[in-house]
Design a protein around this ligand. Structure first.
Ligand code: DOR
Ligand code: ZN
Length: 438
């Protein structure tokens, strides 16, 4: 690799610096050394050609590196769906420099040994950085707290029982108190399982018509409301995973207005799809929490735009045909997301639904802040963590184009507008499709 990498005449967007301008960005020795209008002009003339690489794609956007708070990479235990190497490759191809991985593996990541295994394997793979999220309770069973100090020392950046809800109030109280002493956020999968037993989709008009068992909004709302009260009482950081209901939005908005330290994420699929997609019994559209109704989708979009929902997270949930080519009731919930997230979100920006700056913040600084990572930024002297994307380039989602091992997405065959061209992790190129773009 050359010593100097230049992104020339890119539209750089970094809401943390109120930056949205056409500039040159120069990377040397892992750092951004210059960032400004025509900042590379002199350099390009003076550095020998074999020592400098200049990437210039008309109309390209340069963003701080994307951070995903919520992905399932399935290793250890279900490597036929995904493993660390394929998951990190998919993350890099999706523009993510950092990905936080959920602990519902086999075995569950509820010990320092598993946390360290993930860290070591990911370092060996290189490229996009992996940050383990360890379990809140042993075996994600909801009863006994994990050894949080150990998990933090092993590299965990947060705690979650994702896939399962911490339903016991006493356990949630102690988890929040204990985790806050180590400054680890608790991430809740908000679902009152007693209200969702056997559910196949959102409970509403469509589920009634199809004769399918429903997952009512209140199963999420009651947990979020309770947890907000506990977080207020114990003054601890609390984060809600994949918010899906207008009720949760209302509760979060009120909580934030009262200064309670709550944060939340929303997935691309909950921002774009509704329960109508289940009319054809498409198992690719079975997710947990389920796709809701238009009024929820609109509330989620508004909440993301106004900051009530802090960030966008993929909930990348790879499954094989074994878990998806079956009846809806039998199908595993989840869809892949790492390689589709940015194009889908750029679609919301293009339609005027989400301001560009907000989208970038929700995929970079906001998630980084929640798990205590350094916020990526486009500034001289900052580590070079960057994502280059051509917002005008169209491509069609096809199995062979995806790096993830699993192909479970209702967007298969859809044309996306917006293609990731390069992902730079600490100065190194983790993903490079510029040859196709220039
Ligand atoms: O749709 C989902 N899939 N939601 C979850 O909470 C878990 C995830 C998975 O692990 O497949
Ligand atoms: Zn979940």
């Amino acid at each position: 690799m050359q010593d100097v990498l230049v992104f020339r005449r890119v539209r750089a967007v970094d809401p943390g610096r109120q930056l949205d301008a056409e500039i040159d960005v120069v990377i040397e020795k892992k750092l951004i050394t210059r960032a400004g209008p025509r900042a590379a002009d002199q350099l390009i003339g003076s550095v020998p050609n074999d020592r400098i690489r200049v990437i210039e794609v008309p109309g390209a956007l340069l963003l701080p590196g994307l951070v995903d708070l919520h992905a399932h990479l399935r290793e250890p235990g279900q490597e036929y769906k995904e493993d660390i190497a394929s998951g990190l490759a998919a993350a890099a191809a999706g523009g993510f420099t950092d990905v936080c991985v959920m602990p519902n593996t086999r075995p569950v990541n509820d010990t320092r040994a598993v946390t360290e295994l993930l860290v070591h394997k990911a370092r060996a793979v290189g490229g996009t950085r992996l940050h383990p999220i360890a379990a809140i309770t042993v075996g994600q069973k909801g009863d006994t707290l994990t050894e949080m100090a150990d998990l933090k020392e092993g590299g965990a950046v947060a705690l979650s029982d994702d896939g399962r809800c911490v339903t016991r109030s006493d356990v949630m109280r102690r988890a929040l108190e204990y985790a806050s002493t180590f400054d680890l956020p608790i991430i809740q999968h908000a679902e009152d399982h007693a209200l969702t037993a056997g559910a196949e989709m959102h409970e509403g008009g469509v589920s009634t018509r199809l004769g399918l068992r429903g997952w009512p909004r209140i199963a999420e709302d009651v947990i979020v409301a309770r947890d907000v009260l506990i977080a207020e009482y114990v003054k601890a950081k609390y984060h809600v995973a994949h918010v899906s209901t207008m009720g949760s939005v209302r509760i979060l908005r009120e909580a934030k207005s009262r200064g309670i330290p709550v944060t939340a994420e929303v997935t691309p699929h909950h921002l774009l799809l509704t329960d109508q997609k289940l009319i054809g019994y498409d198992t690719a559209c079975k997710v947990n929490p389920p796709l809701r109704e238009t009024e929820d989708l609109l509330a989620l979009r508004e909440a993301l735009a106004d900051g009530t929902i802090d960030c966008i997270a993929t909930d990348h949930a790879p499954h094989s045909p074994l878990e998806k080519d079956c009846e809806l009731s039998e199908a595993a919930p989840g869809m892949i997301g790492l390689e589709l997230c940015l194009p889908l979100m750029l679609g919301l920006v293009e339609k005027g639904i989400l301001p560009m700056g907000r989208m970038v913040e929700a995929l970079t600084r906001a998630p980084a802040r929640i798990v205590g990572l350094d916020a990526p930024t486009i500034a001289e002297g900052a580590p070079a963590n960057l994502t280059l994307v051509d917002p005008n380039r169209e491509w069609t989602v096809a199995p062979e184009r995806l790096r993830t091992k699993s192909k479970n997405t209702p967007f298969m065959g859809h044309t996306m507008k917006g293609m990731v061209l390069a992902t730079i992790v600490h100065g190194s190129i983790a993903f490079d499709a510029t040859a196709k773009g220039c």
